[in-house]
Design a protein around this ligand. Structure first.
Ligand code: ZN
Length: 220
């Protein structure tokens, strides 16, 4: 059912425009000349953290992500492909960005320069992005290779709702996931220190693995 819905959304809303990247603002934001105007474009589905260690101020990683992004797109023509929402609340265009040879959003995740940031309803590529982030993390590339990597707190104003949690019903067991993790947890697990998103157990089991530390319900 979810696939069918995504397919319909794709048919209705997928718009592609071509632009020239004037400059890179940071790891996930660019300034693009569209001919009649210039727009700020935020990449969908990824987040390049300013800092890796919140206590140490501006860390080196945001800078590395900016430079990598610059090497991919600055001074190049790109295709911008939109999802359900064309703009965020700050008026920036939200896009999947492609060069001749690369899907830039995906490349940032694949090389460990960005973390997954899923903001419904713009979720066309979420499965691919989840898989790329998992591979990057397993390989320890980019930010996943740094000591003590801490997932950033969601920026203010971004609502994150991977599943609607409603009371009642037979499978009304609520477990918790994190913004970037691949596991689900019991309410008191220490992995929930940085983010904590309620989700039904039945939903969690479709997309996440049970945590081996807190052993939530559904451990096989
Ligand atoms: Zn846990």
């Amino acid at each position: 059912m979810r696939l069918v819905t995504a397919g319909i959304a794709l048919l209705i809303s997928q718009v592609v425009i071509i632009g020239f990247v004037e400059r890179v603002i940071d790891g996930d934001t660019i300034r693009v000349d569209l001919g009649d105007r210039t727009e700020t474009v935020r990449y969908i589905g990824v987040d390049t953290p300013e800092t890796v260690h919140p206590a140490s101020g501006v860390g080196p990683y945001g800078k590395a992500a900016s430079e990598f992004n610059r090497s991919l797109v600055e001074g190049q023509w790109v295709r911008l492909v939109f999802d359900v929402e064309q703009r965020d609340r700050y008026g920036r265009l939200l896009a999947y960005v492609y060069t001749d040879s690369l899907f830039v959003n995906a490349e940032l995740l694949r090389r460990g320069y960005a973390q997954l940031m899923t903001v419904p309803p713009n979720v066309l590529h979420v499965d691919e992005f989840v898989a790329l982030q998992r591979l990057a993390r397993e390989a320890g590339v980019g930010l996943w290779g740094l000591e003590g990597t801490i997932p950033p707190v969601p920026p203010p104003g971004i609502e994150y709702s991977p599943g609607t949690v409603e009371p009642g019903g037979e499978d009304d067991i609520i477990v918790y996931i994190t913004r970037t993790g691949m596991k689900y947890h019991r309410t008191d697990c220490h992995h929930l220190k940085h983010s904590r998103i309620p989700i039904r157990l039945s939903e969690a089991q479709k997309r996440y693995e049970p945590c081996s530390v807190c052993k939530p319900p559904g451990v096989r």
